[in-house]
Design a protein around this ligand. Structure first.
Ligand code: 6PG
Length: 246
């Protein structure tokens, strides 16, 4: 695993660094493979990064946007990760509608939506059952409990190894989420984490030994690049030999 950790002085610098790195990875993917398949994080932290991407001049027809997880609400619901990214980015640029691949939340049974989206991924990436597609870039956040995407502590979703998409669960509210195996096949994973409230979970995530089921972000050990971009409030006490203080 090729892990890099950078601590930025404050949230604005974190956003700028995350934008810079994301743009670089998008451009590399397009140069090398003719298109970029990127999966977005939800929550609040990445919103200004998406706003920054929207201000760029990019070959939008070569960029395909997915989500790493979604709350099980309609796409116009205030909690929707899809709605957040559309408002912050996708509605502001000339990206073809077919390049936007939201997680469906319209089936009464979230497991049916998970299967439907898995099928959609297989068709898009042209992979067969048993094969795992390779995203160019997956952006992730981390909760103060150490969850990432919708892989919450001590939930069944953490154990799913034979699917790409599964049903996550936060306080009995269903969510759709990429599974750890799908995330770990990405060429590049970037965590964007800010705030002192994340500090104790980060200590556990980076500890040599801790329980992966209690701190699910520990499960993210991609075959490709792994970047942790932290602000000072989140990352200042981390005891790591390799931290780049930016
Ligand atoms: C979600 C996210 C989730 C998020 C973390 C951090 O659907 O909420 O995908 O994993 O990234 O909870 O959220 P903040 O960035 O808002 O702290």
């Amino acid at each position: 695993m090729n892990r890099k950790v950078e601590v930025l002085p404050e949230q604005a610098a974190l956003v700028q660094r995350a934008l810079e790195l994301t743009l670089a990875k998008i451009q590399t993917a397009i140069q090398e493979r003719g298109l970029c398949a990127i999966a977005l994080a939800g929550g609040n932290t990445p919103k200004p990064v998406y706003e920054g991407i929207a201000a760029q001049k990019l070959p939008w027809d070569k960029i395909h946007v997915f989500w790493g997880d979604e709350r099980y609400v309609p796409p116009d619901h205030p909690d929707s990760n899809e709605a957040m990214a559309r408002h912050a980015w996708l509605e502001r640029v000339d990206i073809p509608a077919g390049n936007i691949h939201p997680m469906p939340t319209d089936e009464p049974d979230p497991a049916a939506s998970a299967r439907k989206h898995e099928e959609h991924l297989r068709e898009f990436f042209k992979v067969q059952a048993g094969e795992v597609p390779c995203f160019d870039l997956i952006l992730l956040g981390m909760g103060d409990d150490g969850h990432t995407a919708s892989l919450f502590p001590h939930t069944d979703a953490l154990q799913v190894r034979d699917r790409l998409i599964t049903v996550g669960n936060k306080d009995f509210q269903p969510r759709l989420t990429f599974t750890a195996p799908l995330i770990n096949l990405a060429r590049c994973v970037i965590f964007i984490v800010a705030g002192a409230n994340k500090r104790s979970a980060l200590d556990q995530i980076f500890a040599p030994v801790a329980d992966d089921l209690t701190y699910p972000a520990r499960l993210i050990q991609p075959q490709g690049e792994l970047w942790w971009l932290l602000d000072q409030a989140a990352g200042q006490d981390l005891k790591l030999e390799t931290i780049a203080q930016k």
